[in-house]
Design a binder for this molecule. Structure first.
Ligand SMILES: Cc1ncc(COP(=O)(O)O)c(C=O)c1O
Ligand SMILES: C[C@H](O)[C@H](N)C(=O)O
Length: 350
């Protein structure tokens, strides 16, 4: 019963089969192979963006940090939510790969920035002349770090604010597919049609071995991105194995099918939690991630039976009064079994 993170899940068999098929003889390195071109074209078709630059990397942190690297000057602010992954879980990589841009944090309920708070933060920045950081890009996470989703209108409202200040917007789409599945929208509708300038299109958490596509809707940014990726040591020599994954992922809607399966298991968990009197959902789960509060006794029963998921704070102990409410995070992925979901629910119920 693994619910710690979608980073723990297996790769989908179709992805593994594609990697095995790619493992045939020789192929030019560093993205000069046939598969790499096919994968980039397939992602451009998926995003309905024939002119976009598409570059593959192996981690979401690389995708985010290198994308921001071509969007922000070292002396810029990068506007993000206070609990954004780029702030809390990338060990300063965005600051490093932008050569020192300053993550400027914006509060907002349910892990989401509001246009008003964003506008205030941008207006407050850059008004100190040479003494202050300058206004730089905005980065939005979708699905957010607390499992919620922006509506398309909310994304457009944020990009409108950014554009009103002449700023670009990046989307951290580590769980992009889960958001598209939840909103029932297309990749184009959730990105460039909503004013997004660049997206980290995640594959790793949703059935791939490890691949993320950075989609730059302004192809002028492509060459600098490629230089930065190489300097970051993120240009794979045997790039065909990244490409094989991404090509399989975007073929026949595998990316959507895996996200829908993960979201469905998460919805089952959420429905069950709403029916447990002592339990409380901390945010409305839109995709495959739930933050909830449950009595310590429920966690104890589940974890002693083998369920794995995070408690918050991390160092929360299972020893102590059984009625104490303790927060937790559960994340589902495409391979979650309905019977594992049912089992953890039964254990919570006691
Ligand atoms: C929202 C979000 N963005 C980015 C990342 C970074 O991905 P990686 O851990 O592959 O660097 C993660 C990791 O799970 C994430 O949850
Ligand atoms: C938080 C951790 O870095 C990872 N992004 C996850 O969601 O499991």
């Amino acid at each position: 019963m693994m619910f710690a993170s979608d980073n723990t899940g297996p790769a989908h068999p179709k992805v593994m089969e594609a990697v095995t098929r790619a493992n045939d003889g020789y192929a030019m390195p560093y993205g000069n192979d046939a598969l790499s071109g096919l994968a980039a074209d397939a992602v451009r078709r998926l995003f309905e963006a024939p002119d976009a630059a598409v570059h593959l990397v192996a981690t979401g942190t690389a995708a985010n940090s290198l994308a921001l690297g071509v969007m922000a000057n070292p002396w810029d602010a990068v506007f993000c939510h206070r609990v954004a992954h780029v702030e809390e879980d990338e060990c300063g990589a965005p600051e490093f790969f932008t050569n020192g841009a300053k993550l400027t944090l914006i509060d907002g309920a349910d892990g989401k920035m509001t246009p008003e708070a964003l506008a205030r933060a941008i207006a407050h920045t850059g008004d100190k002349g040479v003494h202050g950081v300058q206004r730089g890009p905005v980065t939005i996470t979708q699905i957010t770090e607390v499992g919620t989703a922006y509506t398309l209108e909310e994304i457009r409202a944020l990009t409108d604010v950014a554009k009103s200040f002449g700023l670009k917007t990046h989307l951290d789409g580590a769980r992009f597919a889960n958001a598209c599945a939840a909103l029932g929208c297309t990749p184009a509708e959730m990105t460039w049609k909503a004013g997004i300038d660049a997206v980290s299109f995640g594959g790793t958490k949703n059935g791939c071995l490890g691949v993320e596509a950075v989609v730059l809707f302004d192809p002028e940014l492509s060459w600098e991105f490629q230089l930065r990726r190489k300097r970051a040591a993120h240009l794979w020599s045997k790039h065909r194995y990244l490409a094989a994954q991404m090509l399989a992922y975007v073929t026949d809607d595998l990316w959507l099918d895996t996200a829908r399966a993960a979201n469905a298991r998460c919805a089952e968990l959420a429905a069950a939690l709403r029916a447990i009197p002592e339990a409380r959902l901390l945010h409305d789960p839109a995709g495959n991630m739930i933050f909830a509060e449950l009595p310590r006794g429920a966690h104890k029963r589940a974890m002693e039976a083998g369920a794995q998921y995070y408690l918050f704070p991390f160092q929360s102990s299972l020893e102590g009064p059984e009625d104490d409410l303790i927060r937790c995070r559960l994340v589902t992925d495409w391979s979650c079994k309905p019977e594992d979901v049912a089992r953890v629910i039964d254990l919570w119920r006691g």
